[in-house]
Design a protein around this ligand. Structure first.
Ligand SMILES: [Zn+2]
Length: 434
């Protein structure tokens, strides 16, 4: 196309838009809503005209009279043009694409579909990316309403919306993991947890992981939250594969710091620190301070039965000791304690065993000095953000293979809210039947 032809196209297009909007120009004194509606309609008209024009040209472009068959690799021959309505970011647009038939295998295809990156429902990559983002954030049934409320011209039925999100999520899962943050000199922490999901096969556990750079000074604002540089992981698959992936990424990030040591925070659940040796031989294991303080509260009440004030005083003193010195004094006091009642004896037995077993994970003064976190709040938050907020809506029930792509989308988008999902758009449609 010569520059003169392009000029002519643009002039014609502007004239067409002008022709059907000229009568709609708002009257003087029109309400602000009318003004904005008009501006938006005008914008959409231009967008649709331009999109139609450039897409039509690209869709109709022939790759010669023959092209290789995607099924058998032999040469297919051009037959005719096939019409298809595409779902684009600018709305639905009919285009015609050259159709090729392969005589040796009898299958036909439109090479333009692959070139245009069409996905389920004949969606363009930009349409797929937007539908996938909205589907990751809200239940599928609400996506069409959200699109309406946002004034987007994008339109797609429910079933195809679901297929688009599934396809983009599946390609995201199959691609190399997103690595938004490089090596850092700051402390690096991670945590694992599990959260139950209702599926058609019963309750299944979703594995969740998070890596972050803890900062006690970070304000509790969106900007402060972003400064923690959280990286989310979730899967319906095995714990082993998640642990391997999370640990490998955490090591890459910690490589920038002194010694490359990673802190692994947990609330004391059975699997918190299991099987980490092959992945993180040098790590600091930290037991969530708030869970520890719950136990300290129970001990205080058992040590001072019927004396709430004394129990509270003891608990406050023990909190200070834990943070300033460590757990050693608590273990010593538990050993020396000789409860008279059976209930007290039981508390002593259970808690002494627990604190003796876990005391190496309660070196809180050292964690504070090294900038490591004391709590497992980040991983508890990860379970909520990645899984609960989207996959545990009332009445929701999943199949694991359809939950997995949504988990991948959410983990990626929560890690990188501005990730360009077009890179993960489906690249072609199944061949057209001959
Ligand atoms: Zn063929």
């Amino acid at each position: 196309m010569t520059p003169e032809e392009r000029h002519r196209h643009i002039r014609e297009l502007a004239e067409r838009v002008a022709a059907h909007l000229v009568d709609q120009w708002p009257q003087e004194g029109a309400h602000i809503n009318e003004l904005e509606d008009f501006a938006e309609r005008m914008g959409h008209s231009v967008q649709r005209e331009v999109s139609e024009r450039v897409l039509q040209d690209e869709a109709a472009r022939k790759e010669g009279n023959q092209c290789p068959c995607p099924d058998c690799g032999k040469m297919a021959t051009f037959q005719r043009y096939h019409w298809r309505t595409l779902v684009t970011a600018a709305g639905r647009q009919p285009v015609r694409r050259p159709y090729y038939l392969c005589a040796p295998c009898g299958k036909g295809h439109c090479p333009a579909d692959r070139r245009l990156g069409l996905g389920p429902g004949h969606t363009t990559p930009t349409a797929q990316a937007r539908l996938a983002v909205l589907s990751a954030m809200e239940p599928y049934v609400q996506v069409a309403d959200l699109i309406f409320q946002l004034g987007l011209p994008l339109q797609l039925d429910l079933k195809s919306t679901e297929r688009v999100a599934q396809a983009v999520g599946a390609r995201l899962a199959a691609a190399a993991p997103v690595a938004p943050y490089g090596a850092t000199p700051r402390p690096v922490a991670l945590g694992f947890d599990g959260v139950m999901l209702r599926t058609w096969e019963g309750r299944k556990e979703i594995r969740v992981g998070v890596i972050y750079e803890p900062d006690r000074e970070a304000p509790r604002t969106p900007a402060g939250e972003a400064s923690l540089r959280k990286e989310y992981f979730a899967t319906t698959g095995s714990r082993e594969s998640l642990v391997a992936a999370v640990c490998a990424r955490a090591l890459e990030r910690a490589a920038g710091g002194v010694g490359g040591v990673v802190a692994v925070v947990g609330d004391g659940a059975a699997l918190d620190w299991v099987d980490l040796d092959p992945h993180l031989p040098r790590r600091v294991e930290i037991l969530d301070f708030y869970h520890v303080m719950e136990r300290v509260g129970e001990i205080g009440r058992a040590m001072h039965p019927g004396a709430a004030a004394a129990a509270g005083t003891w608990q406050a003193a023990m909190k200070k000791t834990l943070l300033e010195i460590g757990p050693w004094d608590l273990v010593r006091q538990l050993k020396a304690w000789q409860p008279e009642c059976a209930a007290g004896q039981e508390v002593r037995r259970v808690q002494l065993a627990y604190f003796q077993r876990q005391q190496e994970r309660m070196r809180y003064p050292a964690y504070l000095r090294r900038g490591f976190p004391l709590g497992s709040g980040a991983v508890e938050g990860a379970c909520k953000h990645v899984v609960v907020d989207r996959l545990r809506g009332s009445g929701m029930r999943w199949k694991l293979p359809t939950a997995e792509p949504v988990l991948q989308l959410r983990a990626a988008l929560l890690t990188q809210p501005r990730l360009d999902l077009r890179g993960y758009a489906a690249s072609h449609l199944p061949p057209v039947a001959a």
